[in-house]
Write a protein that binds this ligand. Structure first.
Ligand SMILES: C[S@@+](CC[C@H](N)C(=O)[O-])C[C@H]1O[C@@H](n2cnc3c(N)ncnc32)[C@H](O)[C@@H]1O
Length: 219
């Protein structure tokens, strides 16, 4: 499988080789200037190195962190990370197994820091040391409704995995657990969809749409 960054999955976006004279600056990647940039990045990051993009993102990270339990190599983690990139989160935390299925991330994991915590206790210690309350996201007996619930500005949203959902130990380290209301017949939605909804709910409370980088109307 070729690298999605090479453009195979996004033939309709990107730019070709940069016309000469080339722009000057450390942020520019000579190879991209030479060959074109088909990555799924904002126009302002065209032809930039990954390191330069990360450095710029680091200047405007949000105080939101995302965590997910990973005991069974859950396929949702990649797309959860892709959404976490869209919200420019402070970090993503994989709790449990170190390896996760990278496919759905579409290389977005290169643009943020992914922390690994082998145990829930280690993750809880990290969150405590960094003054970040852990808010569980699951639809279990103790859950309150996410809708209209104030979310702390700086916090970790903690998700469970497909099938089993959040473990009891994971629930035990949460300040509270919040559920997304559902109206159909299934018990739950998948974790990456729940992640997108919860991050959006947090964003509605703490981000200003005018500061977003909505790419509407751009190629
Ligand atoms: C497929 S669910 C499995 C567990 C779920 N508690 C159940 O009863 O089926 C996997 C994960 O997605 C998230 N999730 C799915 N549906 C949710 C909902 N309605 N509200 C909050 N989180 C949800 C949670 O993080 C959950 O741990």
């Amino acid at each position: 499988m070729s690298d999605p960054g090479a453009g195979e999955f996004y033939p309709f976006i990107g730019v070709g080789p940069h016309p000469k004279p080339w722009p000057i600056g450390e942020e520019f990647d000579q190879e991209l200037l030479e060959n074109g940039d088909q990555r799924n990045v904002l126009d302002e990051y065209r032809y930039w190195t990954v390191a330069a993009i990360v450095a710029d993102l680091n200047t405007k990270r949000t105080p939101l962190h995302i965590a997910v339990e990973n005991w069974k190599h859950d396929l949702n983690i990649g797309s959860l990370i892709r959404t976490a990139n869209a919200f420019n989160v402070g970090g993503v935390h994989i709790v449990g197994k170190r390896d996760w299925n990278k496919r759905g991330a579409m290389v977005t994991d290169r643009y943020l820091t992914v922390h690994n915590h082998p145990t829930i206790a280690e993750f809880a210690t990290w969150a405590n040391e960094n003054n970040l309350p852990i808010i569980g996201i699951d639809n279990i007996e103790v859950s309150k409704q996410l809708e209209n619930r104030p979310l702390p500005k700086a916090c970790v949203l903690f998700f469970g995995q497909e099938g089993s959902g959040m473990s009891d130990e994971a629930v035990s380290i949460c300040r509270e657990v919040l559920a997304i209301n559902q109206y159909g017949s299934t018990r739950s939605i998948n974790a990456s969809a729940a992640g997108a909804i919860a991050m959006y709910a947090w964003g509605l409370q703490h981000l200003s749409p005018e500061n977003g980088n909505n790419n509407i109307g751009k190629s």
